[in-house]
Ligand binder design. Structure first.
Ligand SMILES: NC(=O)C1=CN([C@@H]2O[C@H](COP(=O)(O)OP(=O)(O)OC[C@H]3O[C@@H](n4cnc5c(N)ncnc54)[C@H](O)[C@@H]3O)[C@@H](O)[C@H]2O)C=CC1
Ligand SMILES: CCCCCC(=O)/C=C/[C@H]1C=CC(=O)[C@@H]1CCCCCCC(=O)O
Length: 257
């Protein structure tokens, strides 16, 4: 079963540049109306103007939003609805990798993402008279494995995975489908913050191999579009790697029955 993106409205957080910008571009190509949103107002406005030129002025808006601020998130959803009438798709992409400022990292990667998911449910859940919808969260391969150098980043992405999986349990009553995407290293500004020095677990050979096979933002946008369109899976992580076929990650059950 394929979810039709054409004519739907999508919010993408942290989308002035990088992976988020590329996701917006692919959503526009598929015929969605798009809300570009970020803390970086100048870059966000430039990105939006670029898209408006290519896809038409009425299909894209920029709404400034710092995901750590409750009032910004509420304003994001209410302005998106005032502009386009409804929000069908949310991609929670905003994220940082900064172990020194780990409390802020948790606020952005976890608290902000969860609050946005709650607002998505408030507006889209059929329990609240919404029409249902789709949410894709940006986790990482860091959400599925241990990491030596960025332990809090790993914790933040494990939280994204756990929260996304748990939404599956109420999908039947909400009609909002949640999945997350777990990429390896992607060629963006954030990848430069990945300090891979002094590892005992990762060999320098493996690190060189990872750097030589960096994913492109286009790969992640393609995976996100796939997750939005694929109605047959919910509450899953989708692993995007340069080394094998992309696929849903199957978590073994811990229950004895
Ligand atoms: N680049 C990589 O290797 C990987 C990235 N990811 C995840 O993908 C997502 C996007 O990352 P990239 O595009 O690589 O990073 P990026 O640094 O290129 O873009 C992130 C965007 O988020 C915005 N942002 C930062 N703080 C914000 C806040 N408080 N509120 C709203 N927007 C904010 C930034 O201004 C920027 O435009 C992140 O969640 C990241 O953890 C996951 C796996 C690998
Ligand atoms: C053996 C897998 C190593 C994966 C390295 C990679 O491709 C990704 C790099 C990171 C950049 C942003 C992320 O979200 C990625 C998470 C890091 C995961 C693994 C790090 C392992 C370690 O630091 O010990």
């Amino acid at each position: 079963m394929t979810y039709d993106i054409k004519g739907k409205t999508a919010i993408v957080t942290g989308s002035a540049r990088g992976i988020g910008k590329c996701i917006c571009s692919d959503l526009l190509k598929k015929g969605a109306n798009v809300v570009v949103s970020d803390t970086a107002e100048d870059v966000g406005n430039e990105t939006t103007a670029e898209f408006q030129k290519e896809f038409g002025e009425s299909r894209v808006v920029f709404i400034r939003c710092n995901v750590t601020k409750e009032e910004d998130l509420q304003n994001l959803y209410s302005k998106a609805i005032a502009t386009f009438g409804y929000v069908d798709i949310v991609v929670n992409n905003a994220g940082i990798l900064n172990e020194e400022n780990w409390k802020l990292m948790m606020e952005i990667n976890v608290t902000g993402l969860i609050r946005s998911c709650q607002l998505a449910l408030d507006n889209m859940s059929t329990k609240n008279k919404g029409k249902g919808g789709v949410v894709v969260n940006l986790a990482s391969v860091a959400g599925l494995m241990a990491g030596e150098g960025s332990k809090v980043y790993h914790a933040s992405k494990h939280a994204v995975y756990g929260y996304t999986r748990s939404q599956y349990l109420t999908q039947g009553t909400d009609n909002v489908r949640f999945n997350c995407v777990c990429p390896f290293l992607v060629d963006t500004a954030l990848a430069q913050d990945w300090d891979n020095s002094n590892r005992t677990f990762l060999t320098s050979d493996l690190i060189e191999k990872l750097k030589a096979h960096m994913l492109k933002t286009e790969d992640i946008a393609e995976a996100v579009i796939f997750l939005i369109e694929d109605e047959s899976n919910a509450g899953k992580a989708y692993l995007v790697t340069p080394f094998q076929k992309w696929d849903y990650y199957e978590q073994p059950s811990v229950l004895p029955f």
